[in-house]
Write a protein that binds this ligand. Structure first.
Ligand code: CA
Ligand code: CA
Ligand code: CA
Length: 811
């Protein structure tokens, strides 16, 4: 994990050197007859839907160009026009990752035209595949005549050994080292139309669903068991904790047979995962924010690692700022209208990069963590990676000076002045600052030594070892001399979680309801899936942070137990089904239409991949005096599914059942009556139905409380007075406030207003008869409980009496 940041390969001369291996495709090999099962993998190949699904090749930072729709089409009414080409690779691109397969042969056709009168009379063009990193392969070639539509028409076979986890098709002119020396020859505008790549249908998307119980019932770490997430940044707003995470699940692709995924590839990650909680045990999955990449909020960035979050009122408007690492080379920020978005980009270029003053010597300008101080001033901490070689070896190891602090502008999306060195001992990355009792605490991750840090050495006494979280305490958010170093806050996580969980870490500290919490990650879910040989997929954890009287921090111990649940879960409201403490075998997916719990502008997810035997569970749900019913918003996918409610465990007795019998494929609300569900319980929703199929999807839950009742004690008796029968009815008010009471029998009715607490309403109803049969009296008490008007009705039976046979007398 030391090589967390892999340098992107900037050259691709290799593509030309190896191009001979597919020379056969360069010549006009007629396309093989396409079989009926073959599929065109290109979306919007004729550009009749504008530029949809197309973007400019962004394999290299310099490969820029402008795409626009032109009506000069080969067929239909539009084609694409490429202008402002900067490199020979500048051209329209479409992502075929997950669609093309190694070992398969595809037929490629397309029409291309160039018209620049100063260009040569003929020109060769390539259709090329970028397989990620520096791997490019020319697929099919055509030599066009100026001013005429030429046709690409060939086949290509993807080598059986080629990784196709990244496969992006684009169109270009042949590579040359200095194309701008003759732009008419190398960088001419061109038009493209009718692109098709026909071959084997894309393989079904492999399931990413975590089938094991990754977070064990009763344990609070990892925070979630149904997906991964790393580099967590804790952020509190309006009584809620939000955790922003690098989306480690993005590239997770377990082999359907072995269950083992290729190792994590940070270069593929361009989304940030967001979860939130009000109790730190039950977490709501808000899904992924598409931050970077062609369809990202900030499309000028390619990656989104190691998020940091801050809020500030700017020009009278509360805004939320999500900072992230654009790979290792730069950092950026997007703006949210709420902690859940929606998100916009106020910038058109990265916030921290090679132009940032004072950061020139920082190798990795990443890991941005914001701090908004009490006075409204804001700061950004960032940086990491190899120490400058200009320093002596011992200094490179012990004081690499690779972290920085810089003031943020009042708009939070710009920086002010020059960044200051954070002289953190043995520093590697992951600087983060919080403030407590007037002091600033900066924590960071330490390096593992090696050539990047002057060779392997022993750290100075007291300095951190490799892969630990150290911290510093300062009175000034911009001043971090080495003397502010205060010790190791957290040893390496492998010390607590064992084999397969080592590597670097990335932490944050946040305050919630008066307590401080420490976030870190560990590949504990990966370990539960795959054993001690993990593939680098990390999971978020939280521990409580305790301070010594002198302000230093007690070293954190990592545990699966995690933190105490902050409060019981309130079930009497509509809440998302994608909120749970524990789960088995389910996944989540984003759906349109806003969130039932968080509002129309917030993302909404549903629980999916629900098979017979899967379950989700909520920790410490407080049902109070009792629940009357539970309602699920659910979309049935097959007949015969049901949701069972159990208390305390996935195999505990069923206390309620919702038959999922609505119309297939339609969202519907289904309710089950409950009886005797009161007090605090872990609640398990267990899912049952036919095997081997997805049963249904669930959007939200809502419990309904039983009606509260006014406590009244009713006594009824038939008795004889002077040979006549009377029915005596008494109701005592056991409530803490006055209530109105009505006593009713077939012999009359009496209402008493404002019966005081402990007081009685009483009436002897005369029957004018010598005997009465068995009967009943009804007592109505009307009052209020917790400000809500309540009427409670009690019916009580009395025995018959015959005053001649049984001359009972009144007392
Ligand atoms: Ca067209
Ligand atoms: Ca499942
Ligand atoms: Ca939902």
């Amino acid at each position: 994990m030391v090589n967390r940041f892999r340098r992107a390969t900037r050259r691709r001369a290799v593509a030309i050197a190896t191009a001979g291996t597919m020379l056969a495709a360069w010549f006009a090999v007629p396309a093989a007859p396409v079989q009926a099962a073959d599929t065109n993998l290109i979306v919007n190949g004729g550009f009749e839907e504008g530029l949809g699904s197309w973007f400019v090749n962004n394999g290299n930072a310099t490969d820029s160009a402008t795409l626009s729709v032109t009506t000069d089409a080969y067929s239909g009414s539009s084609a694409v026009l490429v202008t402002n080409r900067a490199t020979t690779g500048s051209g329209p691109m479409q992502d075929l990752s997950g669609k093309v397969q190694a070992g398969q042969t595809y037929a490629l056709t397309a029409r291309i035209k160039y018209e620049n009168p100063n260009s040569p009379a003929t020109k060769q063009f390539f259709a090329t595949m970028h397989y990620g990193g520096g791997t490019y392969t020319n697929l099919v070639s055509v030599t066009a005549t100026r001013g005429q539509w030429a046709q690409f028409n060939g086949q290509f076979t993807i080598p059986a050994t080629q990784s196709v986890s990244t496969a992006r098709l684009f169109f270009e002119t042949p590579w040359t080292s200095n194309p701008s020396s003759d732009p008419n020859v190398h960088l001419m505008d061109f038009k493209l139309d009718d692109v098709s790549v026909v071959g084997a249908a894309p393989p079904p998307t492999p399931s990413k669903t975590i089938e094991v119980v990754g977070k064990l019932p009763g344990e609070h770490n990892p925070l979630i068991g149904h997906k991964f997430g790393a580099d967590g940044f804790g952020f509190t707003h309006d009584g809620r904790v939000y955790l922003y995470l690098t989306n480690d699940t993005q590239g997770y692709a377990p082999n359907p047979t072995t269950g083992v995924s290729p190792s994590i590839n940070y270069g593929n990650i361009n989304q940030i995962t967001l979860i939130s909680s009000t109790d730190l045990v039950n977490w709501t999955d808000h899904g992924e924010i598409q931050v970077a990449g062609p369809n990202g909020v900030a499309p000028f960035t390619g990656n989104s690692w190691a998020p940091g979050m801050a809020k500030k009122v700017v020009n009278g408007q509360e805004k939320f700022f999500l900072y992230y690492a654009n790979g290792g080379g730069s950092s950026n920020v997007i703006t949210g209208a709420s902690p859940l978005g929606p998100w916009t980009s106020e910038r058109t270029s990265t916030l921290i990069d090679g132009r940032t003053p004072g950061a020139e010597a920082v190798a990795w300008k990443f890991d941005p963590a914001p701090l908004v101080d009490d006075d409204g001033e804001a700061y950004l901490y960032f940086g990491g990676g190899p120490a400058a070689t200009s320093m002596p070896a011992a200094e490179r190891f012990n004081n690499p000076k690779n972290l920085r602090a810089i003031k943020l502008g009042s708009d939070m999306v710009s920086t002010e002045g020059t960044s200051a060195v954070v002289d953190a001992p043995v520093a590697f990355e992951a600087a983060q600052v919080f403030k407590r009792e007037g002091k600033y605490y900066l924590s960071y991750s330490s390096h593992f030594g090696g050539n990047d840090f002057g060779g392997n050495q022993t750290p100075l006494p007291g300095y951190p070892g490799g892969g630990q979280i150290g911290y510093m305490i300062s009175d000034d958010p911009m001043s971090w001399p080495k003397e502010t170093y205060a010790g190791v806050l957290f040893p390496n996580q492998s010390q607590f979680f064992g084999a397969g969980t080592g590597g670097n870490n990335h932490q944050s500290v946040f305050e919630y309801e008066g307590k401080y919490y420490f976030t870190y990650h560990a590949p504990t879910l990966n370990k539960r899936i795959n054993g001690n040989t993990t593939q680098g997929y990390r999971s978020p954890h939280i521990q409580q942070l305790a301070f010594n009287p002198d302000g230093t921090i007690q070293q954190v111990v990592g545990t699966y137990a995690g933190v105490d649940q902050v409060r019981n879960f309130d079930p009497y409201r509509v809440f998302e089904a994608e909120t749970f403490g524990w789960s088995k075998g389910v996944a989540t997916a984003k759906v349109d239409g806003g969130s039932p719990e968080f509002g129309g502008a917030a993302p909404n997810l549903v629980v999916r991949d629900i098979d017979n035997g899967d379950w989700t569970a909520l920790s410490s749900v407080d049902f109070g005096d009792g629940a009357q019913s539970v309602t699920a918003k659910v979309r049935p996918l097959v007949a015969g599914g049901k949701i069972e409610l159990r208390l305390g465990g996935a195999t505990a007795p069923v206390v309620g059942t919702i038959p999922v019998d609505g119309p297939l494929g339609e969202w519907t609300e289904l309710t089950a009556e409950l009886d005797g569900v009161a007090g605090v319980h872990d609640v398990y929703f267990t899912y049952a139905g036919p095997g081997g199929v997805d049963l249904f999807e669930i959007d939200s839950w809502a419990f309904e409380a039983g009606q509260p009742e006014l406590p009244v004690t009713v006594t009824v008796q038939a008795r004889c007075i002077g040979g006549k029968a009377y029915v005596a009815v008494q109701a005592r008010n056991d409530h803490t406030a006055a209530v109105g009471i009505t006593l009713e029998t077939v012999y009359g009715e009496r209402s008493v207003a404002n019966v005081a607490p402990g007081g009685n309403a009483f009436q002897q109803f005369a029957t004018r008869a010598g005997s009465v049969p068995v009967g009943s009296a009804t007592v109505r008490a009307t009052g209020s409980i917790d400000g809500e008007a309540v009427t409670t009705v009690v019916t009580e039976q009395y025995s018959g009496v015959d005053c001649a046979a049984d001359p009972r007398q009144a007392q």
